[in-house]
Design a protein around this ligand. Structure first.
Ligand code: AVI
Length: 315
């Protein structure tokens, strides 16, 4: 049985990730509290991090083609809407053809409010403050007979899943969709290691601050006493796994007390906490991943300058 202190999922996951032997880990979704979300937004403006701009360029340039194959009554659901800025060209193109229902799904009420402000006149916006799959169940229950659904999963967030979990997630998503529905999936492509390492360890230290804020969040919310100066940010690239890993490396042997988790976590000098995995894809792998999850690849748009793909998958 869990001790009474382990009463929230955050507490339980921090406890599980930082106790015991082996690689310490923390789930990457906890990077995004209000400070972390603001720091992530800042990352998207860094010259070293071209991912978000490449994603937006594809949507801007190819909006009409992307939406052209989706005639008929349509609803759009977006997983992790963020501010909604990137989505604007797609909605603009779609609302020229018809009136539109748009369901942004996000755990952050702040992001949903911002998204509503950004996109309000373009569509009937129904914000859903839930996890992606819970939100999608709600969308499935609200859709009208004969209405097709376009699901947007942009920004290469799929790359932050472990490969098996990505397939499992896409498979579950597919069960909430109907024949002829579309999934627009954004994926960052494999590129030279020096570019990737600069993107995840920028010289201004914004990504370092984003990563270290996770420890600050545990201090704030769980009464821990992490000294942030005793850890440093590290980005590693594993070419075989095609992924960047973000770690927090302990500068010395130390013990950290996490009051609400009832835990004293010990860190050896040089020991790391794995906080995020960011997979990079080759075009053929995207089609394979789609097939395994029960989709087929209908069309694909590439951005060559940074190296990003937008794929329209069909159920
Ligand atoms: C949200 N996600 C797609 C980002 C990425 O590139 O994997 C998160 C990120 N982590 C550090 N920089 C950006």
């Amino acid at each position: 049985m869990l001790a009474p202190a382990l009463d929230s999922q955050f507490v339980r996951e921090v406890h599980a990730g930082l106790s015991g032997f082996g690689q310490k880990t923390l789930p990457c979704r906890y990077l995004y509290d209000s400070v972390g979300s603001a720091l992530f937004e800042a990352i998207t403006y860094l010259s070293e991090y071209g991912l978000t701009r490449a994603d937006a360029r594809i949507l801007q340039t190819h909006a009409a083609e992307i939406t052209g194959s989706l005639a008929g009554p349509l609803a759009v659901a977006e997983l992790g809407s963020g501010s909604g800025i990137k989505t604007r060209p797609l909605l603009e193109s779609l609302c020229e053809q018809q009136s539109l229902a748009y369901y942004p799904i996000d755990l952050s009420a702040t992001a949903l409010a911002q998204c509503e402000r950004e996109l309000e006149p373009l569509a009937a916006i129904v914000p859903i403050e839930k996890s992606y799959l819970e939100g999608m169940s709600e969308v499935a229950s609200r859709r009208r007979a004969g209405e097709k659904l376009l699901v947007l999963f942009l920004g290469s967030t799929i790359g932050n899943f472990e490969p098996d979990a990505a397939i499992e997630f896409l498979t579950e998503l597919r069960t909430l969709m109907e024949p002829d529905d579309g999934l627009l999936l954004g994926t960052d492509l494999v590129k030279p290691m020096d570019r990737l390492l600069a993107a995840y360890d920028d010289p201004a230290g914004v990504t370092a601050a984003f990563n270290l804020n996770l420890l600050a969040r545990i201090n704030r919310e769980l009464g821990a006493d992490f000294n942030l100066r005793h850890f440093h940010h590290e980005a590693r690239y594993h070419s075989e796994a095609q992924r960047v890993e973000m770690h927090l490396r302990s500068r010395a042997h130390q013990t950290v007390r996490i009051a609400r988790a009832g835990l004293c976590a010990e860190f050896g000098a040089g020991e790391t906490i794995l906080t995020e995995v960011c997979h990079k894809f080759r075009a053929d792998q995207i089609a394979g991943m789609a097939r395994t999850a029960g989709f087929h690849l209908d069309r694909q748009w590439m951005e060559e300058e940074w190296g990003f793909a937008e794929s329209l998958l069909r159920v």
